[in-house]
Design a protein. Structure first.
Length: 547
């Protein structure tokens, strides 16, 4: 294998990446992993590279393939855990690109609690259509515009061809870029390491080497993820999600990563922090800028600098550098000649971009991205569908009218199974001009690119007999994101009668990974976990056999 006795005497350090050729998100990870290996070697370690899976949410969107997306998060965490445990690595670097690979890597880091640093593979550069910056979001919304006769087939084709100009993850503040911000706010990524586009080798090459050196520094200090990912660190992560109008998937991933660290961090905590944190980054899907624009004005550290200086993030949290957050950000300057990242005194919105709602339709909660949403109250009649596909067919046929509340159920973690993202139907509604005149409610989830009055993660889900399973066409639903309420206007007595007649649907998968996931997965409101996480930890010192 090319190892000398001297190599074997050194710390063995895993370099785990989700490189593959399935999607632009991951295709640039291979050379960054190689650069991280060089950093490890120069710092006195012996790097051992391996890869895990990553599925494409964009390619999986709108069909059965999306049911594999959330399941892949667990597979990624499990596979990294198994490699590192079996080979007794002294630490590892985790590189990720597409949505679920980011939380999957961070979950593995919390679970193993060995010295580890995260590195994001980088955002895609801006797409272009008729002189305007676009992302993959405009493609999905373009389908709705085409169906409504608002654009031509040629326009739709040009949007499709222009949206993704090269390697990197989806360019807005969708799930990948949200979780890239989270990793820095948690202190698990080197400051500024996640901002540069994937194809910016001038930035990402040196950063990748620094990450390799950084994990060796952690090994030498015996600095571990659970020293870093504390409750205060998760509060920092929630603050940056709120301040950037990040993806509602953070309501799944933050509690899940926290659980792996033995930290109880709830959706109520995320909601509390979001309601006190102003939205300061004007990013798509609710705003006008893309992640590349954040890089051009100084990157993620600029956002954190604004929040730390305002007392909205804890500056005393230790990070993977061995220094505190405040020490890392000491020399960061917030540029004044830009409006990508606003000041606290001039926010895009006074409160953050996320909220939870509770009521008889969602006793354990549901979530909404409020960033860029023009209307936060809605009351209307339900149009009920038992799967995403039927809803999309109805929307495509323009059977949904102004005022309707589209209810999509049996798409939760167990019922789907896999809790599909639903960018196709939400984007079609927005494209038809109904994104703020209708609401959509589901026990599934939404893409980070979703915008409009869209409510996901309804818990308990339909498959477990939640109230969403009892809704009928024409029932009136009222929701108010500012008040945090969601109510089905049906009496308790009528709901009790309906519940007696209800039975869960037949499991859609009888074997394989999806069937296994459906049997193991917990509530969406608790992160859709398949195990207890770090609340029943194994002592990591027992896993390391080297002196």
């Amino acid at each position: 294998m090319g190892l000398t006795d001297a190599d074997i005497e050194k710390p063995f350090v895993g370099v785990a990446s989700s490189w593959n050729e399935a999607t632009p998100c991951n295709i640039a990870l291979d050379w960054q992993a190689k650069a991280a290996k060089e950093g490890i070697k120069k710092a006195g370690g012996t790097p051992r590279e391996f890869v895990t899976i990553a599925v494409s949410d964009g390619i999986g969107m709108g069909h059965e393939g999306m049911k594999a997306s959330l399941v892949s998060r667990e597979t990624i965490a499990d596979s990294v855990e198994l490699m590192v445990r079996t080979h007794c690595y002294d630490g590892f670097v985790g590189l990720a690109g597409c949505d679920k690979s980011l939380p999957g890597m961070l979950m593995a880091m919390g679970r193993l609690n060995l010295p580890a640093i995260f590195l994001y593979g980088g955002t895609i550069k801006k797409g272009e259509f008729h002189g305007s910056d676009i992302s993959v979001m405009e493609v999905f919304e373009g389908v709705g515009k085409f169906q409504a006769g608002k654009i031509s087939a040629d326009d739709l084709h040009d949007i499709e061809c222009g949206a993704c100009p090269g390697a990197g993850s989806c360019g807005g503040q969708f799930t990948a870029n949200t979780m890239a911000c989270v990793s820095e706010a948690l202190g698990m990524a080197l400051p500024g390491s996640n901002s540069a586009p994937a194809e910016d080798r001038a930035h990402r090459g040196p950063i990748s080497e620094q990450v390799g050196a950084g994990v060796m520094n952690m090994i030498n200090r015996n600095l571990r993820p659970r020293d870093i990912m504390t409750l205060k660190a998760f509060e920092n992560a929630a603050a940056i999600v709120a301040a950037t109008g990040g993806s509602t998937n953070a309501f799944l991933h933050l509690p899940a990563i926290a659980a792996e660290c033995g930290v109880k961090f709830t959706i109520e905590d995320i909601d509390r922090i979001s309601r006190r944190t102003p939205l300061i980054a004007d990013l798509k899907p609710g705003g006008k800028y893309l992640a590349e624009d954040v890089h051009n004005v100084g990157g993620i550290p600029v956002i954190m600098k604004v929040l730390v200086d305002a007392g909205l993030m804890h500056g005393d949290c230790i990070t993977c550098t061995g220094r505190t957050m405040a020490e890392n950000l000491k020399d960061v300057v917030v540029p004044s000649n830009q409006d990508v990242i606003r000041t606290i005194n001039n926010p895009v919105r006074d409160t953050g971009g996320l909220a939870i709602m509770k009521g008889n339709l969602a006793p354990r909660g549901c979530v909404i991205k409020t960033a860029g949403v023009k209307v936060l109250h809605h009351r209307g009649p339900a149009k009920v569908f038992n799967c995403e596909d039927d809803a999309f067919t109805a929307i495509s046929s323009q059977k949904i009218k102004k005022g309707d509340v589209v209810v999509i159920r049996y798409e939760g973690p167990k019922g789907g199974p896999g809790m599909r993202e639903m960018l196709a139907p939400t984007a079609a509604l927005v494209g038809q001009g109904l994104g703020y005149d209708c609401a959509m409610i589901t026990d599934g989830r939404f893409s980070g690119a979703t915008r409009g009055l869209m409510i996901g993660h309804v818990t308990p889900e339909a498959q477990e007999g939640g109230t969403i399973a009892l809704v009928r066409d024409g029932d009136v639903i009222e929701l108010d994101a500012e008040k945090g309420t969601i109510h089905l206007e049906v009496s308790d007595e009528e709901l009790a009668a309906r519940k007696k007649e209800w039975a869960p649907i037949e499991p859609r998968y009888k074997s394989g990974a999806l069937a296994k996931y459906a049997k193991l997965v917990g509530l969406a409101s608790e992160g859709a976990l398949t195990s207890p996480g770090g609340f029943n930890p194994i002592d990591p010192d027992k896993l390391v056999i080297r002196d």
